[in-house]
Design a binder for this molecule. Sequence first.
Ligand code: ADP
Ligand code: MG
Length: 784
Amino acid sequence: MRMRSSLAHGTALFHSRRRACWVVFLGYRCYAGPSLPLPPMSGEMVKQTIQIYARVKPLARRQQAGIYSVGEDEKSASSLEIIVPRDLADGFVNNKRESYKFKFQKIFDQEAKQDAVFESIAKPVAECALAGYNGTIFAYGQTGSGKTFTITGGAERYSDRGIIPRTLSYIFQQLEKDSSKVYTTHVSYLEIYNECGYDLLDPRHEASRLEDLPKVTIMEDPDQNIHLKNLSLQQATNEEEALNLLFLGDTNRMIAETPMNQASTRSHCIFTIHISSKEPGSATIRRSKLHLVDLAGSERVAKTGVGGQLLTEAKYINLSLHYLEQVIIALAEKHRSHIPYRNSMMTSVLRDSLGGNCMTTMIATLSLDKRNIDESISTCRFAQRVALIKNEAVLNEEIDPRLMIIQLKKVIQELKDELAMVTGEQRTEELTQEELLQLEEIIKTFLEDPDPESMLDVGADMRKIKHCFNYIKQLINRTNIPDRHLLSPDITGGEDTNTPEKKEELKKLRDLLHQRDNEINILVSMLKKEKKKAQDALFQLNTGSSGLAVSESSLSISLEEGQRPSACVNVKDTQDFSSSVHRSAFLPRRTGSGGEMSLGRQEAFEIFKRDYVDSVTIEDNKQLLKQRFAEAKSLGEKVNEVRNKINHLKGEITQRHMQRAALGVASPSEELNESDPVEERLRAQIEEEKKSYKTMFNRLKGLKIEIEHLQLLMEKAKVKLQKDFEVWWSEEASNLQDQQEKLPVSNSASALRASPQSLESQQHLYANRLKKVYEYLNKPRMKI
Ligand code: ADP
Ligand code: MG
């Protein structure tokens, strides 16, 4: 589909959804000129069925294991066999023991670690996204089966990082390595709850309830492309920025959640990484989207008493999962033309991921304890249907219309010039000032180019050619005139030089001149050599620690101030977590009713914190963070030391050069032209120092990422602690009120309601109640 032939006049831009290619139609007739830089239009399609994986969550302490086995099948597939035991099968599936077998690409059993899951599942998809293909990874399974753990990660340990942080890390590492293209990355984070979309990264909102956030809505253009209104795309130039955004979104989500609206189990979360890349000078842009999706819990309502039909008839609690299943059933049927994507927001947003332009992977998360056998079987059945869906991923290339126009203008100009040359038609209009300047620039580059093969190409325009000749003539004349002046006495013999005295003097002067000439030449060549060496050394140093200088400075800032550059916890915080009610700068919202804590409440908070179940891991992380900080600090100091050493050695070399140059002028000798052993030694030392600098710096970089991650985890834990405290506080308060209502009237809150008191006495009552709460909390057998 090359568009060289005649096309309609005017300019039109088309975008085909299926092919996802932009094609520019420009209004001009066919020609036989240089070829247009059109994008590759075929051969980049990849057909693939959705890949399915299973992951079995480790059993919790009191859970009773279900019976299942994992087998390696032919052709690198794995199979999962689930046995429904007789006691469960009773009134469940035809009243007899049954076994169900399901095939998956690979099954990750209980002991599988996050890095292995990332390597097998996410890395290939991330690579495709980097190459310009869309990708989706979605986790499907009942609540508590490990979807969030797999997609985002556990909230406790660095090693529990899930697919999103690992993918971000991988993508940014790859981008850093590839200098052939210019990359831009953005992220978006969408939550869909009750058929409404919310932007988890919206920087404007201060709402503390999900419902108060601006709604993200779907818009469909005439070509059926989906656009999401109100969903912000945030640019992330490095891993750290992207991680901050992820944590910001997660924290926003946590804060918006209330016990009444368990959004995290009933909502779908779509974290999307948008990558675009372009080769310098090219008009073609590649764009890809990588969706990482944590779906709502897939649990179903069981109809009791239906006997054998139970498993097939159970219905989803979540309506949009029901629509997802319908889309998947429709896609798996051969002759269905209508796919009901539009029934729900989630299926609309993920439309391309399901049977469209995308490489899609599903992870079925399973909680295979005895009580969840039926849900696990449903999840596996769903996965088997998903595996039938065929997707066609295409390379998403677009042409940037602006750059295309520039290139086409150039082609048109070339053609006009050629035409004028061939037809012999003389062009009489004057060259513009801009053209003249351009020409002079070209001539200058040509004259300065040391390559004897270089050509002066100004196109086939006689006016330009003439101007070039004129310009060069002027240049030659200008440089010759003063030369002639200088040489004239020598060449012409000048005035009277015939007297013996004059001859003698002239000879002397000539000798002196010759001597000076030699001296100058030697000095110049020395200088040149030194300059080159210095440049080489500088270049090596710069490329050796490519780009480290910048990040290093930011690192030293963060270490010196002990603070994340963009927010969050500082060192003091991590050391004194207990006294901190501090909220990070990027989380402007309040935790619901929280606000400033009263004294009593604060005390209650302290006690709550002491007995908080998660406090052990918080403490562990705190210790780990301290350790890492200390390590980073001492490493940072060492790095600085080495840097100073290198600078010092460089200074010594420069000094050495100056000494030798001075020596050369004072008493020229052959020795000075030879290499200097002292300098060689200094250089070798610099090399050594540079090596250790690099090793230490890389370790420091790794530490920095780990520290940042730990800090984010702690920040999240803090928010959770506060939230849990709020819930517990209100429960306790209402319990207490119940108790008090049974006490004599004078001491109870109902008395307050019956006869309104002055503000003072209300405060007094409040303080009394707090005291009671405090006493109550301090009871030794207190249980939270
Ligand atoms: P879901 O998102 O499916 O509701 P979660 O990811 O929140 O489930 O997992 C529930 C609990 O189980 C969490 O406490 C999580 O840390 C833990 N968990 C899930 N999968 C694993 C795993 N593979 N290894 C260790 N803990 C896990
Ligand atoms: Mg979850």
